[in-house]
Design a protein around this ligand. Structure first.
Ligand SMILES: [Zn+2]
Length: 561
């Protein structure tokens, strides 16, 4: 057990080396984490405004949690940087980073820790707290401590470092006239008011509830709005905006539009936007996927059939052309349309009249056709699979929708938009994306385009832990799925995922287990095999006994829910 006679803090040269100014691309790194060099005055202004709009208590809890998140991140570095060092020296990474980051001067006064029993008692003196400075300036002398973000940092760091909840209290604060700030940290269960303290760190505060509600309203609004709102085309890249500009011009006319582009680029979304921007917006929008319908059915689907026109046609039914009368008809995957249907389509386009199967006369229809294809129609003509005269009819106004890899600037806004949608859909709360995840998304070539992005983000949302940012591992589960990432991301991935890990991961997914469920299964199995002996089970899992008890507690709580 490390105890009273504290050695001096080790040199922080190893920590200073982790700071990397990558000014050319506007980023600063602390090891793999993106950092900001922010004016204390800016943070002070933010803090002041929070106090004035949300009040003291909400601000305190908000800053506690913000600090907690920072401390948690820094704890990950401790083992990485000083893995071989003595416990106190390794732990000192936190206080030393806190100083290096400019938050406060930390002087350890007392440090008792025994990871094998979960015992911890830490007392630290703080001088030059930035929070005291700004708080005194804005609000004058205080009767309660004000080093909230700092306190959150200490709690987040220590909890993450020891893998169990350890929270701090500020027992003296210079904002209240004390000569120094003083904080004391203990395992959560050892505080008499543990419940109240834990609530400060729980994310279900009024603010989060408000944020949830706002998000639900947003989702409802999007659901209620016609899905084909032009404003829903999301992107700001040059290639994308050029395509949107072409679409806008076509919308004002009746011209037949041919949308081309790889699978998954969002051709239907473009077609819906065209419809919404056109004078036909109040009319129907009907989409047909020519590849999804069997060849025998496609003609009756498109052009309709009279009663008895074919076996099974018990009643007369209108085709999609008739249903789209006054609106827009999208023919997706047009290259898959069989040749006989192509001939009929050509006739409809030439005459503006549809003849149902088995009918003796034609009906007039007023339909704008939007065709879409991901195959080279000229090649299909050369291969004899597509009519040249039909291409001439359709290819009056081609719009190429760029693949996602040509729209790097759009990835982030798209990702955030999709995140919102899936978070609402699955009722999960995430803290956005990690910087690494955003970086990886920008580097990835996206062969499946927006649809692939959509799938990855939905999976990421499902795999994410509540309140934690979605990271690379949740978006790109196996290495095979992540071709050329940046060197830094690749390096981290390689460390974490060997081929065995990929197989394990696939197996876990195949069984429909989540990360939590996997942990539960491992813990239950270990306890069973150890015949209920928790110390033995903990050893088998490489945990301390208190760590195992803590996880078992969580597991039982989850099981109760
Ligand atoms: Zn203080």
């Amino acid at each position: 057990m490390a105890s009273l006679a504290l050695p001096p803090l080790p040199s922080d040269a190893d920590l200073r080396r982790l700071v990397h100014f990558s000014a050319g691309d506007g980023r600063i790194w602390l090891a793999g984490q993106r950092m900001l060099l922010v004016h204390a005055a800016a943070f002070g202004a933010l803090r002041r405004e929070l106090m004035l709009t949300l009040g003291r208590d909400a601000t305190r809890r908000l800053l506690l949690r913000a600090g907690y998140a920072a401390g948690e991140r820094d704890a990950a570095l401790a083992r990485q940087v000083r893995g071989g060092a003595a416990l106190f020296e390794m732990f000192a990474v936190g206080p030393q980073l806190h100083m290096l980051e400019g938050a406060v001067q930390v002087t350890p006064q007392h440090f008792e820790a025994d990871p094998s029993t979960g015992h911890y008692l830490g007392v630290y003196r703080w001088d030059h707290s930035w929070e005291v400075e700004t708080h005194l300036r804005d609000f004058g002398p205080q009767s309660e401590p004000v080093c909230w973000m700092l306190l959150g940092y200490a709690s987040g760091y220590t909890s993450a470092f020891f893998g169990q909840p350890i929270l701090y209290k500020e027992t003296a604060c210079t904002a209240c006239g004390a000569p120094h700030c003083l904080i004391e940290g203990r395992p959560l269960a050892n505080w008499p008011d543990a419940d109240a303290m834990a609530r400060d760190y729980a994310a279900d505060s009024m603010l989060v509830k408000l944020e949830d509600l706002a998000q639900q309203v947003q989702t409802l609004r999007e659901t209620l709005e016609p899905a084909d709102e032009a404003g829903r085309l999301i992107g700001r890249s040059r290639a994308f905006l050029d395509a949107v500009q072409l679409l806008r011009k076509a919308a004002a006319t009746q011209v037949t539009v041919l949308l081309t582009g790889e699978t998954g680029v969002g051709k239907e979304r473009f077609a819906r936007a065209l419809h919404a921007m056109s004078a036909r917006a109040q009319g129907p929008f009907v989409a047909v996927n020519c590849a999804a319908l069997p060849g025998e059915l496609i003609e009756s689907e498109l052009f309709g059939a009279e009663k008895g026109a074919y076996t099974g046609a018990a009643t007369a039914r209108p085709g999609r052309f008739e249903r789209a009368d006054g609106g827009t008809l999208m023919l997706d995957e047009l290259g898959e349309l069989p040749l006989p249907a192509q001939a009929k389509l050509l006739r409809v386009l030439q005459t503006g009249e549809v003849e149902r199967l088995g009918a003796t006369s034609a009906r007039k229809v007023d339909v704008r056709v939007v065709a879409a294809t991901n195959v080279d129609l000229d090649a299909a003509v050369a291969a004899g699979r597509f009519r040249r005269d039909l291409i001439y009819r359709l290819n009056v106004y081609p719009i190429r929708i760029p693949p996602l890899r040509e729209r790097a600037d759009d990835i982030e806004p798209l990702a955030h938009h999709l995140l919102q949608r899936f978070v609402a859909l699955h009722g999960k709360r995430t803290a956005g994306f990690s910087d690494r995840a955003l970086d990886a998304m920008r580097q990835y070539p996206w062969p499946g385009n927006v649809r692939e992005l959509e799938n990855l983000i939905e999976r990421g949302v499902i795999l994410a832990n509540p309140g934690v940012p979605i990271d690379v591992e949740q978006l790109f589960p196996t290495l095979h799925a992540t071709p050329p990432l940046t060197v830094s991301v690749q390096g981290v991935l390689e460390k974490r995922l060997c081929s065995d890990a990929a197989a394990l991961y696939d197996e876990v997914l195949r069984r429909g287990l989540g990360l939590e469920a996997l942990e539960d299964v491992m813990i239950e199995e270990a306890v069973t095999r150890a015949g209920g002996n928790l110390a033995g089970a903990a050893r088998a899992l490489g945990l301390t006994r208190p760590q195992l008890s803590y996880r078992l507690g969580r597991l039982r709580e989850r099981a109760r829910r």
